[in-house]
Design a protein around this ligand. Structure first.
Ligand SMILES: [Zn+2]
Length: 350
């Protein structure tokens, strides 16, 4: 697949979706994004729900009007937070066959995220790509736990499809519905999950679960195997895969959609990406060696930051904790990812 069309919107594939957790990316405006060829983002349903923001967002007219982002918006299901919050700390909630109970950190508020609530919330937000609720796991968890996760993920996906059809029945412009393949590091479970989800039928399929092991080694084998299970005429979304070398591998396996917090989080931590030969390197801009460096971050980058400012300027902004530092660094890193997608596409053509 080289493009994805949703109603009157079209995006070229492969595409990278930066994480705009609450509807915005820290420090940058939608115009900043547009100028760097980024018009699509992922927004997190759980974080909007937990901040009581959904009603207000809907009053404004939906997530696009609220955020000012006109491109394709994926709304995450909240399943990832089942792993990152609940599975790691049982004081944060519990998971049962009906859904995920999230407790606030002071224990006073509880959100019960069911397949119906997950789908209805995303449709009310006017998302372009709705994700099914899944029971996301860590690859280190036992086979019993992974089996349980696959069963829940399939049951919830089936319910999600039912409620998706119910709540979009009268909509003129329907979003797409994607499901998420779980199964940890077990090929038989990944296959069982993918077969069941493909049997139900979705518009796209995602690799779910943490894609690296406890030593932060990328799980190439299972990620590749899972891509092979997804039909080639459907979008293949590698959720949370963000290191440029891992994205490149995944693109080779057949994935064409990616999201990750890395480029924006690294920018805030003064870590900037620069292409070098067929690979890339980091510039740690707060290093003293840049304090007299008048070159741009990269001579080969066409972003607003590189066109207008020196490494020395950015070094000083970070040193003085000026908020402009985050904006300019984020703009550069997002442009790097946008350029990375173009390079991948050229790789395929050449
Ligand atoms: Zn740049």
């Amino acid at each position: 697949m080289d493009k994805l069309v949703i109603n009157n919107k079209k995006i070229e594939l492969p595409a990278f979706f930066p994480d705009a957790t609450y509807g915005c990316i820290k420090g940058v405006s939608p115009d900043d994004l547009k100028n760097e060829n980024i018009s699509n983002v992922v927004i997190n349903t759980y974080h909007l729900l937990s901040g009581n923001n959904i009603g207000t967002v809907n009053k404004v007219g939906g997530i696009h009007k609220y955020s000012g982002i006109s491109g394709i918006i994926i709304t995450d299901s909240g399943g990832f937070q089942a792993m990152s919050l609940v599975r790691r700390n049982n004081k944060m909630g519990k998971i049962d066959s009906g859904g995920i109970h999230f407790k606030s950190s002071n224990g006073q508020k509880e959100i019960y995220l069911t397949p119906e609530k997950c789908i209805k919330t995303q449709i009310d937000l006017k998302s372009d790509i709705v994700m099914c609720l899944d029971d996301c796991t860590n690859p280190e968890e036992s086979k019993d736990k992974q089996t349980e996760s696959v069963e829940r993920t399939v049951n919830w996906a089936s319910e999600c499809k039912y409620f998706f059809n119910k709540y979009t029945k009268n909509l003129k412009n329907k979003p797409l519905l994607f499901s998420i393949i779980q199964g940890g590091n077990f090929k038989d479970l990944r296959k069982k999950c993918a077969d069941a989800l493909i049997g139900i039928g979705f518009d796209g399929y995602a690799y779910g679960g943490w894609p690296v092991d406890k030593n932060r080694i990328f799980l190439s084998s299972i990620v590749k195997y899972t891509a092979e299970l997804i039909p080639d005429n459907k979008p293949k979304y590698a959720m949370g895969v963000g290191k440029p070398e891992d994205i490149k591998k995944c693109f080779g396996y057949g994935y064409n959609m990616f999201d990750c917090v890395l480029p924006t989080r690294d920018a805030r931590h003064q870590r900037l990406y620069v292409f070098k030969n067929s690979s890339y390197e980091y510039i740690h801009i707060s290093n003293w060696k840049y304090k007299n460096d008048t070159k741009p971050i990269s001579n080969n980058c066409g972003c607003h930051t590189c066109k207008n400012y020196s490494r020395y300027f950015l070094y000083n902004l970070f040193k003085n904790k000026d908020p402009l530092a985050i904006r300019l660094a984020t703009i550069h890193n997002l442009r790097f990812y946008s350029d990375l997608m173009i390079k991948l596409k050229q790789l395929k053509i050449s």
